[in-house]
Design a protein around this ligand. Structure first.
Ligand SMILES: [Fe+2]
Length: 286
């Protein structure tokens, strides 16, 4: 979108075009059935203006909404939304996995092949070219040039975003190998109160990062699970209770865990909880 803004004489609005591109599918992941119908509500809540809302929603013209692309920027978004998907799919078929060495001729071949990227509607792309008053080849060439121009930057940004997503979410079952709590187990109570910050730290869980990181823990609802990182053995399960009288289940399979005394377990579990809370990294840096 930024490339098109510069190319078509709207350089002063480049940021606006770029942001419309960034936000255009804002509701798609959570509300696929209400794509561009739910978006105005979400965008207004975030303080986005009506001009941008119109621009975003018009890309679903004739599919989910009846908001016609009017502005050049809206027509560009409408015309390129499906097309960029098709071009990227074509790039991923190439040994270079890139648009950089792709030429119009090979893109046209892919475009014409009905079986290729069948989910990318040629009808929408052609309708978009018509709205812009461009021959289809011109739309293909320009969009290919636009993607070549921003490919490195977009890939870098999306890799950073993926890393951030991975780092900021709480640990959950499946992030590490886990064995179930064995039939040989014992239950006792742990009387201890936790502050909101301490509970948040426990809720973030821990995915082991190094050999000396001996525990994997995560929470599901109000239940906390602690597993040995090397073996996946489940040692403690804690059901947190509002009255601070928490129910702990402890592993008593001698092959997996040696301790047999509840007193010792209470002492070591309290120490472990202190350690886990204290070592928990803030969510934004994990
Ligand atoms: Fe969309």
């Amino acid at each position: 979108m930024r490339w098109y803004a510069r190319q078509l004489g709207f350089a002063q609005d480049e940021d606006f075009w770029g942001i419309v591109g960034l936000l255009h599918d804002i509701d798609f992941e959570m509300y696929p059935e209400e794509h561009c119908i739910k978006a105005p509500e979400l965008l207004r809540e975030g303080g986005v203006g009506e001009e941008m809302i119109h621009a975003i929603c018009s890309h679903a013209y004739g599919m989910h909404v009846d908001i016609k692309p009017e502005h050049t920027m809206e027509k560009v978004l409408f015309a390129t939304d499906e097309l960029t998907g098709l071009i990227w799919a074509a790039a991923l078929m190439r040994p270079s996995l890139s648009t950089q060495d792709m030429e119009l001729k090979s893109l046209k071949k892919k475009y014409k092949s009905k079986g290729f990227a069948a989910g990318c509607s040629r009808d929408v792309i052609e309708k978009g070219a018509e709205m812009l008053g461009w021959p289809l080849d011109e739309l293909l060439q320009k969009t290919l040039d636009a993607m070549k121009d921003c490919e490195t930057k977009v890939l870098k940004e999306s890799a950073l975003w993926q890393d951030m997503k991975k780092e900021s979410r709480a640990a959950r079952r499946g992030d590490w190998k886990t064995e179930p709590m064995p039939d040989q187990h014992e239950t006792f109570f742990l009387d201890r109160s936790f502050t909101d910050n301490e509970m948040d730290a426990l809720r973030r869980g821990n995915i082991p990062q190094a050999m000396e990181d001996k525990w994997f823990w995560y929470m599901e609802g109000s239940t906390f699970w602690a597993h040995r990182s090397w073996t996946g053995y489940c040692i403690y399960k804690i059901e947190f209770k509002a009255d601070n009288h928490h129910v702990v289940t402890v592993n008593r399979n001698p092959e997996q865990y040696k301790c047999t005394s509840v007193e010792e377990d209470i002492e070591s579990l309290n120490k472990l909880l202190d350690q886990w809370i204290c070592n928990s990294r803030p969510a934004s840096r994990r």
